[in-house]
Every structure is written in structure tokens, then in C-alpha cells.
Design a protein around this ligand. Structure first.
Ligand code: FES
Ligand SMILES: [Fe+2]
Length: 402
């Protein structure tokens, strides 16, 4: 816990909720319990989280291969901030504001422009001001027609740029120009993931669920424990990745890990009989856990990665309001996997599994949000030992919000 800013700067309406957060975050896991319902419903809490977490923290926003080569772009909206990620001729990524400096038009309006593609320059469709995309000039105004007769500082005109880093093939973005680099804080997690080599895994499927009617923390908490395999995924995940066998690592700070072994590892110790839950099971390449199973790696505030022996699924949540968020799920496989025989069928099965499991999770997160809206007494909301990451999440929230 390094940041100590006084709660008095938080709005008056939040003092009770933040005092409760402070109290809960100081409890040992054995006595830990859920946050008060207000934390998941109040507009003031959402505004405070936006300012103290989402505008300051590294956020996972894309996979680097979504911007594959020089000239590629990816349109992105992060907490109401219109952005475009571009790759320059040196291969470097840039996260530029997509708001024209003239009269604030969206430079890549979704009505007329694909969300991904290739560009030499960025030209505003309104009055055709043009911005450069190359190297250190990225975002700089290149041309503004019919502006010679007025007093206008062309040279000083450029699109604001935000910080980006690539971590294990994922694009991390930070809206705070003064933020510390992302990589040093994730080194321990890198070690835990190193045997998998997911940095060069290839994305084979992505899908977004927009406007999910639940607070972002409800979704993050759901994705941060496997306890719910017993109920939510009783017929899909629990038979192959049983909740009861999950081992949660002792982590603190902004990332956590846990491991659920596959229930029936099969004769060769790596492939379970009847393994049909979440992944693609045809690849026999390197980079396995010593035991076959699912390694979960979470990075607060909004990203969870599930790594299976032969596939990985990244889940990113971005809030869009106090009680709504978008969920984006990306599936990846090792580089050789798409060339193996039968991959197309395996992929179709994986996409079906992802959709089915996500629909099960949506029943849970929507149901929890409905429960929270009824303002229940939270005093019985005790955590299981399998919900350790939720206890850790409260400590993270307390560090950032108090
Ligand atoms: S708003 Fe972009 S050129 Fe006018
Ligand atoms: Fe789930």
C-alpha cells in the first residue's frame, strides 16, 4: 500500500462506503466479506473509480496482433475517450486521440469507417484536416486546407497521445501521462507465465458483449474466482475443471494467479478424456504447466487471462456507466496450432464453448446486479478460501480509492 490520499477529497456521499471499504480491506481473508451494495450501484462511486482507477491505471485494451503492421489502426473507446491505436513504420504503437483539433469531430466515425484497417494518414472527414502517423510525428497536423488567411499555429497542432506498452502480446494503455511503466510491476506474473510463452500466440477468435447490465466489479469478481464453477458452470466447466480442486496462490497487489487441474488427465498426463470445456485440445506443442489444467492470471482492474494447455482466453471488462460494462473475450492458440489437422472444427467447438460459458456467466453477473439493486444487508456475504482474489481486490480498491 503506497498511496495515501485522504478520503476527504472523495464526495460526501461516498464517505460511508469508503469507510466500509477501509474496514473490510483491513480484515484477514478468514473474516473477509463482500463490499456494501452501494459500492456497485452508486454513480458517485463510479465517478470516483473512473478518476482514481481507470484514468490512472494500466488497462488491457487489445491484442498487439490486432494492429499487425506499419499503417494498421484499431479504433477504440475507453471510458468515453475516443482513441485510435496505430503502428508506425518502425513497428511502434501509438495511442492517439481520435478527436479532431479543429471542431472535435470523430476522426474515424463508426458510421463510415471500419474499426480496423490500414491508413497512411488520418484525415478528418469533416473539413479534411490531416494528421501524420509516422514515428515521433504521430498525431502532428500535416495539412489544414484554406487556413492561410487566419492566425493559426499549425506547427503546434497535434493530437494528444497516450501511453502504450505491450505486455505478453497484449496492448496496455494508460490515460495518465505521469504513470509509472507497466512492465516492472508485472515481472512476478511474467515468471508465472513464462513456461507458456503466450506473447506470440495467435488470436483466432474475438467477441464483444456490449452494455452488460452490471457494475464492472461484479464482472471482474465473477472472473476472479472458480468457486462458481460448482453452480454457474455445473454442466460445462465443473466436470473438467472442478471448483473444489482450485489452488489460489498467495498474492497481493495488482495481480493474482490460481490453478485448477483438469479432472481427468488421461494416460499421457496431459490430455483429459472428454476434455471439451473451454479449449482446443489438438495441439501437442511445448509450453505446458507441469500438470494439465487452467492457470488464471488476473490483473486489476479489468483483465483476466485463462491459460489452458493448448489455448488461452483473455477477458477484458470496460465500464460504460455505474451499472453497465462491455466484455471482450479473445481466444489465442500457440503459433503452430492453426496449421494442425482438424483445427477448423476444434476452433468452431472452442467458439461455441466460449459463447456458452459467457452466457452462463452473464446469468450470474446480471443476477448479482439485480440482487445488489435491492440493497441487501451484506453482513453474511462471507468469502470462501477460493475467493481470495476478491479479498485481494478489496485491498487493491482501498489502495487506489482511499
Ligand atoms: S472538425 Fe476535423 S477538420 Fe473540421
Ligand atoms: Fe464463469
Amino acid at each position: 500500500m503506497t498511496r495515501h490520499l485522504t478520503a476527504s477529497r472523495a464526495p460526501e456521499a461516498l464517505h460511508g462506503t469508503l469507510a466500509e471499504l477501509r474496514r473490510l480491506a483491513a480484515l484477514p481473508l478468514e473474516r473477509g466479506r463482500t463490499l456494501p451494495p452501494d459500492a456497485y450501484t452508486s454513480p458517485e462511486m463510479y465517478a470516483w473509480e473512473t478518476e482514481r482507477i481507470f484514468r490512472r491505471e494500466w488497462l488491457c485494451v487489445a491484442r498487439a496482433e490486432e494492429i499487425p503492421q506499419p499503417g494498421s489502426y484499431l479504433r477504440l473507446d475507453v471510458l468515453g475517450t475516443p482513441l485510435v491505436i496505430t503502428r508506425d513504420e518502425e513497428g511502434e504503437l501509438h495511442a492517439l486521440s481520435r478527436v479532431c483539433r479543429h471542431r472535435f469531430m470523430d476522426l474515424l466515425p463508426p458510421e463510415t469507417t471500419p474499426g480496423q484497417g490500414s491508413l497512411k494518414r488520418l484525415t478528418c472527414p469533416y473539413h479534411t484536416w490531416t494528421y501524420r502517423l509516422n514515428g515521433r510525428f504521430a498525431g502532428q497536423l500535416a495539412g489544414a486546407p484554406l487556413m492561410q488567411r487566419v492566425d493559426f499555429d499549425r506547427a503546434g497542432c497535434r493530437l494528444p497521445a497516450h501511453r502504450v506498452e505491450v505486455w505478453n502480446g497484449f496492448v496496455m494503455l494508460n490515460l495518465d501521462p505521469g504513470a509509472e511503466r507497466a512492465a516492472p510491476g508485472l515481472r512476478g506474473l511474467d515468471q508465472r507465465l513464462s513456461s507458456h510463452g503466450i506473447a506470440d500466440w495467435v488470436t483466432v477468435h474475438s467477441r464483444t458483449w456490449e452494455g452488460v447490465p452490471a457494475n464492472w466489479k461484479v464482472a471482474v469478481e465473477n472472473g476472479s474466482e472458480n468457486y462458481h464453477h460448482m453452480g454457474t458452470h455445473a454442466a460445462t466447466l465443473d466436470p473438467v475443471l472442478p471448483a473444489r480442486d482450485t489452488e489460489v496462490d498467495d498474492c497481493d497487489g495488482r495481480w493474482f494467479t490460481m490453478f485448477t487441474p483438469l479432472s481427468d488427465p488421461g494416460r499421457d498426463g496431459t490430455r483429459p478424456a472428454g476434455y471439451s470445456g473451454y479449449g482446443y485440445s489438438g495441439y501437442e506443442g511445448p509450453g505446458r504447466e507441469p500438470r494439465a489444467g487452467m492457470l488464471i492470471a488476473g490483473i486489476f482492474p479489468q483483465f483476466v487471462l485463462a491459460v489452458l494447455p493448448d489455448s488461452a482466453v483473455g477477458i477484458r471488462w470496460l465500464p460504460t456507466g455505474p451499472a453497465t460494462h462491455d466484455t471482450r473475450i479473445t481466444a489465442m492458440v500457440p503459433p503452430g496450432a492453426p496449421d494442425t489437422p482438424g483445427f477448423a472444427e476444434q476452433l468452431a467447438g472452442m467458439c461455441d464453448s466460449i459463447a456458452r460459458i459467457q452466457e452462463e456467466d452473464l446469468v450470474a453477473v446480471r443476477g448479482v446486479q439485480r440482487g445488489l439493486a435491492s440493497r441487501p444487508d451484506p453482513s453474511d456475504g462471507r468469502f470462501s478460501h477460493l475467493e481470495r482474489p476478491l479479498w485481494q481486490f478489496q485491498r487493491y480498491l482501498a489502495d487506489r480509492l482511499l
